[in-house]
Design a binder for this molecule. Structure first.
Ligand code: KIV
Length: 302
């Protein structure tokens, strides 16, 4: 438990653009950081207008948007298109969130040079403010390299989907004393490598709280309890888009899958019954123009 004194939270976030120091300030004042994934302009704009602090263009897009079974197949080019769209949408709001682009599998693992070039593309071509990379160990050099090139990096520990096979599947991490101690060590190493924030995915709440206490950078949890400095959820999970069940850490705030089925089902029915389009969806033509047109076709006026 923190004994750090907490200052009262500001009632309304200031307009403008969220910057890295704002997130550090939120950690010290105890105002939870709100992050959500977004993958296109409408979701970027809605997230920003709803008041989130950070948009993560997650490589979860491979599954939520592109229909893959894992995050592995998504390419840098696909991620660039999605990041650019989310950035454009989010910049329309009075207070534009920080946009973090997830570096997809094999965009940073091979070498520091690959990592810098890929991260640079997210900033130059897609307008991202920062990138996220998964893991510690060999990833630490990549974090140092990208930060050294002037691009802010968010770390990601716990369940790291790009190494899910090596971790034994999509399962909670840090559930033994040894694994939890390793997680704390990795978090400190990610911070020392220069990361400005850290995602903790699927770890016990007590372990996430202990990490949060020990690092100076903000932690953002997903399935990591409510003692982290912030929370992140996947857009499609939160809104109930797509059929199927959700992991236990998800709160579904809407059921847009059912709403879509209902709406599109009504559209199908209206088209089949010629109820849609109706008069109010139809453009008019002046009577004399219509008569001339019909004469031109050699048909009698209706
Ligand atoms: O890709 C993603 O959406 C993520 C979040 C779950 C943190 O990495």
């Amino acid at each position: 438990m923190s004994t750090r004194p907490r200052r009262p939270a500001p009632a309304t976030p200031a307009p403008g653009k969220v910057a890295l120091p704002d997130l550090v300030a939120q950690k010290s004042t105890g105002v939870p950081i709100v992050m959500i994934t977004a993958y296109d302009a409408p979701s970027g704009q809605a997230a920003a207008e709803a008041g989130v602090d950070v948009i993560l263009v997650g490589d979860s897009a491979a599954m939520t948007v592109l229909g893959h079974d894992s995050t592995m197949p998504i390419t840098i080019n696909e991620m660039i298109v999605l990041t650019a769209a989310a950035t454009r949408g989010s910049s329309k709001a009075d207070r534009a969130p920080l946009v973090v682009a997830d570096m997809p599998f094999m965009s940073f693992q091979p070498s520091d040079r690959d990592a810098i070039l890929a991260a640079g593309r997210f900033v130059k071509e897609a307008g991202a403010d920062a990138v996220k990379v998964e893991g510690a160990g060999p990833t630490l050099d990549r974090i140092r390299a990208i930060v050294g090139a002037g691009i802010p990096v968010m770390g990601h520990l716990g369940l790291t989907p790009q190494s899910a096979t090596a971790l034994g599947g999509f399962r909670a991490q840090g559930r033994t004393a040894d694994a939890a101690l390793q997680l704390v060590e990795d978090a400190l190493a990610v911070q020392a490598a220069g990361a400005f924030a850290l995602v903790l995915e699927c770890v016990p709440a007590e372990i996430a709280a202990a990490v949060t206490e020990r690092v100076g950078i903000p932690t953002i949890g997903i399935g990591a309890g409510n003692k982290t400095d912030g929370q992140v959820l996947v857009w499609h999970d939160l809104l109930g888009i797509g059929a199927g069940s959700s992991p236990r850490f998800v709160e579904r705030y809407a059921d847009l899958h059912q709403a879509s089925l209902d709406a599109v089902g009504r559209y199908v029915k209206d088209v089949r019954t010629r109820t849609f389009p109706s008069e109010r969806h139809t453009y008019a033509i002046a009577d004399d123009e219509l008569a001339a047109f019909q004469a031109g076709l050699g048909i009698a006026a209706l």
